[in-house]
Design a protein around this ligand. Sequence first.
Ligand SMILES: *Cc1c(COP(=O)(O)O)cnc(C)c1O
Length: 388
Amino acid sequence: MTDGFDTLLAHDADIVDGPVVPPIVQTSLFAFDSFEALQRAFTGEAARPIYSRGVNPTVHAFETKLAQLEGAAAARGFASGMGAISAAVLSQVRAGERVVCVRHVYPDTYRFLTRLLPRLGIAVTFVDGTDPDQVAHALDGARLLYLESPTSLVFERHDLAALAALARAAGVTTIADNSWASPIFQRPLELGVDLVVHSASKYLGGHSDVVAGVVAGDAERLGLIEHLTYPFLGAKLSPFDAWLLLRGMRTLAMRMARHRASGLAVARWLAGRAAVTKVYHPAIVEGSSGGAPSADPPASGLFSIELAERVDIAAFCNALSLFRLGVSWGGHESLVFPAKIGLMQAGNDNALHDFGVSPRLVRLNIGLEAADDLIRDLEHALRTAGGG
Ligand SMILES: *Cc1c(COP(=O)(O)O)cnc(C)c1O
């Protein structure tokens, strides 16, 4: 599964001759020796960076690598996953048009779609991504289909190829959030999706030290982003953050293999506990991918469980010592996030509430620690919280 990527991941584009690590080109602008040289850069005759809100060589090295990983013609880095998502969506829709989005989408994507788009005269319809008939019906007259598979928190898995084909037949552009699987386990463009977006803050960075995003796709759609949203919304990726991403991505394939193995081991152990009433793991849930679970499924290290009524969720979280409490995921460290807390978040458009996420749900991010140690930690916490 991860074969073939290791070599690509180990090498970066040469910005200057010599250094095996691309330098952080920490500059706002690039100066020119002559009027003519400046003119050639402005007319596009010579491909030279002008200003770092446009092109920066360190950022470009990250964009090139990500485009290669996703099998895309081009990619654009952003200051955050939301920067990438908002720029991608706003580049493809106009006032009077409608976006169709799968339910259980990432909570801030949900807020962006429900809070900001209506102010711009863009309507949004949410659909059950596991029901192709419902999606097909909603696509009639729509402009954009926004996908995320597996989804956030409940990890509902969708047939991206089938949904992309429905959209294509209806003349609807597709965008897929691929943060969970990373390009190691899923490449949406190969499945017929038009644009892929990532929160690079998660697995691409992998070390919980950077907030960043990226969009990848074909030259024409990337061109719209390039000319309409990237320069004016201004959520550019910084050279240092791009450097951290390049550094993190060198071990992406290795990390994903480890997250997958440990995630499956912990999820399977939890599935055997009486106090765990449900496991939301797209690779081990029977039928979630339209068939029996395979012995060696592609998976990452993020999944959820539901705990029986008798388990005190606060006590469970507090009794953990290796797992820390926090949002975000995809780093080296194991984390838990209780939906009970997410449901309390202020604001009248709460995705967890609106999509009906159970307050008994706890999301686990399995980091790079030894799986046996994590299982011991969970066993102890379950016992302490009344679920032993
Ligand atoms: C975190 C996340 C985002 C948002 O990314 P940021 O880098 O935090 O802006 C988008 N999609 C998914 C699935 C996420 O988990």
